[in-house]
Each structure stands twice: as structure tokens, then as C-alpha cells.
Design a protein around this ligand. Sequence first.
Ligand SMILES: C[S@@+](CC[C@H](N)C(=O)[O-])C[C@H]1O[C@@H](n2cnc3c(N)ncnc32)[C@H](O)[C@@H]1O
Length: 261
Amino acid sequence: MSKSLKKQSTEAEELEKSYQLPEIVRQRQHTLNKLSAKRGEQILDVGCGVGFLSYEIALQTGDSGRVSGIDQNSEMIRHANNRCESLRNTEFSEANAEDLPFPEESFDAACCTQVLLYVNDVAQVLTGIRRVLKPAGRIIIVETDWRGVVLNSDYDSITRKIFSAWDAAVPSPNLPVRLGPLLVDNGFCNVDVEPIPILNTEYTPSQFSHGMMNWITRNALKKGVITKEQSQKWLDDLDEKGKSGNYFFCVNRFLFSAQLA
Ligand SMILES: C[S@@+](CC[C@H](N)C(=O)[O-])C[C@H]1O[C@@H](n2cnc3c(N)ncnc32)[C@H](O)[C@@H]1O
């Protein structure tokens, strides 16, 4: 297996695990409620990952509707196809969110959850989504404000280094603060936004932040901004806080909804 395929495969397997955690299941339910897909609708899932959301939407649209998912990672597409094997109204393809491979006015609604932070040109994605939506089509976006994390740690300086490295690793770590105006600039109206807090007061692998803290620590280590000893000290401190009932992590996700003007 090539190095890049191995990386894609690892990312898909990590997503399989982390997106089944209760906080993310709740977030998905919130997203589904807001999307409110109807039978017969054609829905686009941009950056569909391993297909958790696409699967749920496809149950709502029924066989008279259709869910089309795209992702730039071929392993995500493989997982999404496996997940939706029993359904007849889903299709998944490898594509870039900045260059959507669909004709104009193909969809009643589009979702894009936890994807835009990784994208270089967010406006281009929004323009593409506008092009493929039918008149008055709906858009649902979920994004995280990674600059607003609240965390109890004894090591503020290491915390700052770890979060700065994560901030630099993605093009838009705090997109929510400017997404509303961006939607309007790109032809959407009736913009609504709701916070979805992720609060963890325990530190175990079944909490979202456990995996996330390990992930961003590995990122900081790889970027060379902390040493292995600092990484271990920081994670041990979180572990100790978990055991003594002092762990506290909170970050806000934001659910945006809008429609074509
Ligand atoms: C955190 S996952 C979210 C997956 C899914 N939307 C969900 O909420 O379950 C981010 C996904 O965005 C995909 N992605 C990132 N940048 C992309 C791009 N430019 N085009 C297509 N997919 C992209 C990644 O491959 C990954 O599957």
C-alpha cells in the first residue's frame, strides 16, 4: 500500500471510530433535524467522509430521493459505499469540494459538515454549491471554532504551542466567525446559526476530546513545536485530571443554515 493510501485509510478508520461517539451522534441528529429532508429530495453531502450523515439522510429521502456524496479521500468513499450497501438511493464519488462534478440545479439541499476548515477557498465551495442547488435550495454547514477551546491544563505554555500548531495545520480554524457574511456574499439568505457545544468533564476514549487531544498533540510533535517529553507530560496531566475529577474541555461547533436568495 502506498504511503498516501495508507494515510487516507488511517484517516477513514479514525473517522469511523470518532464519529460514532455520543457527542457526534447528537451533533448529527441536530444537523438532520435542521436539514429536514423530505421524501423524494435530491441531497448533496460535500466531504461526506465515511457516510454516516449520508446514510441517515438517505433513509429520510426514501427511494424516490437520492443522496450524492463526494469526498477527496478515496478510502472515505470506499467506507461510505460499504456503509450504504443496503440502500439503493445513494451514490459516492471521489471529487474536490472546490470543483463539484454535477450539473446546475441538481439538488434540493446540500450539507457540508466539518469540511470547510480544511478547504483552501471556502468562497469557491459556496459558489459551487450555489450552482448545483435548485432555486430556493437549502444549505447546512457545521464548523468548529477551534480558537475558542476551554481546557483545564497545568501547562499553559505547552497548551498554547499545541493549539497554535493545530491552528496552523488547517486553512480555516475559526471559520464560524466569518461564515454568515460569506454565505450572504455568495448568494444565500435567511442565514441562521446555532451553537452546538461539545463539553467533556471526563477523559476516557469514549469522549470526543480524548481522541482529539491525542491527535493535536501528535500534530504538534510532528511539526516539532513540542518535544516528546512535553507531549507526554501534557497528556499525563489530562489523564490525571480525568482520574481526579478535574478534567474540563469545551469547544463550540456551529450549525449554519441558509437558502438560495
Ligand atoms: C472531519 S471529516 C467530516 C466527514 C463528514 N462530513 C461528517 O461530518 O461525518 C472531513 C472530511 O472532509 C473531506 N475533505 C476535506 N477537504 C476536502 C475537499 N477539498 N474536497 C472534498 N473533501 C474534502 C475529508 O477527506 C474528510 O472526509
